[in-house]
Design a protein around this ligand. Structure first.
Ligand SMILES: C[S@@+](CC[C@H](N)C(=O)[O-])C[C@H]1O[C@@H](n2cnc3c(N)ncnc32)[C@H](O)[C@@H]1O
Length: 162
């Protein structure tokens, strides 16, 4: 099992989690997912939480390509991302939470609010996972769209068919 990120800070958290929860069995790699060295047609499952929203269309295509490349045929995927709910009242409340509350919590617990300040900006631009799912479908995946908490998070799951 392997996990990758290209942020030194996030990799430190991953190492701690790996030790505490997975007996350090996960191979943690400092790599760019869009240009990674993972073995082709090797993995049974690929999952990614909250990694879609900062990618533009070209990067999403590369992500879909790389995901397809490393998975075995019929291998499964599951992606989830923070999204903009369609209900207007919920959207205002959620915007307040992401824009104001999360940066304060980020500063209080992690001492660095900069990334968290961008959370709503990214979410607002990203909207939901539909476009990303269509890009993945074109890359040879059969997928089902998922919406969580009235659209506050969306994602897709399914398998590699080509
Ligand atoms: C919002 S964080 C989510 C981290 C983790 N999945 C979690 O749920 O705690 C998004 C992560 O994606 C990483 N990331 C963004 N672009 C990347 C890329 N091209 N290659 C590897 N990691 C990337 C960032 O460094 C960041 O740690």
């Amino acid at each position: 099992m392997a996990a990758l990120d290209f942020s030194e800070g996030m990799l430190k958290y991953a190492e701690t989690k790996n030790k505490n929860k997975f007996e350090s069995k996960v191979i943690i790699l400092n790599q760019d997912v869009l240009n990674n060295e993972l073995q082709s047609n090797y993995y049974d499952f690929v999952t990614c939480a909250f990694g879609l929203k900062t990618f533009n269309e070209k990067q999403l295509k590369m992500l879909a390509f790389q995901t397809n490349r490393i998975l075995k045929l019929n291998g499964k995927i599951s992606f989830i991302e923070v999204s903009e709910p369609r209900n207007k009242v919920l959207k205002v409340l959620y915007q307040f939470y992401l824009k104001k509350v999360i940066p304060i919590l980020g500063k209080a617990f992690l001492g660095n609010p900069i990334e968290y300040k961008m959370l709503w900006e990214y979410t607002n631009k990203f909207k939901n996972s539909k476009k990303a799912m269509e890009i993945f479908k074109k890359e040879g995946f059969e997928l089902k769209y998922n919406s969580y908490f009235y659209g506050c998070a969306t994602g897709f799951n399914g398998m590699k068919t080509e």
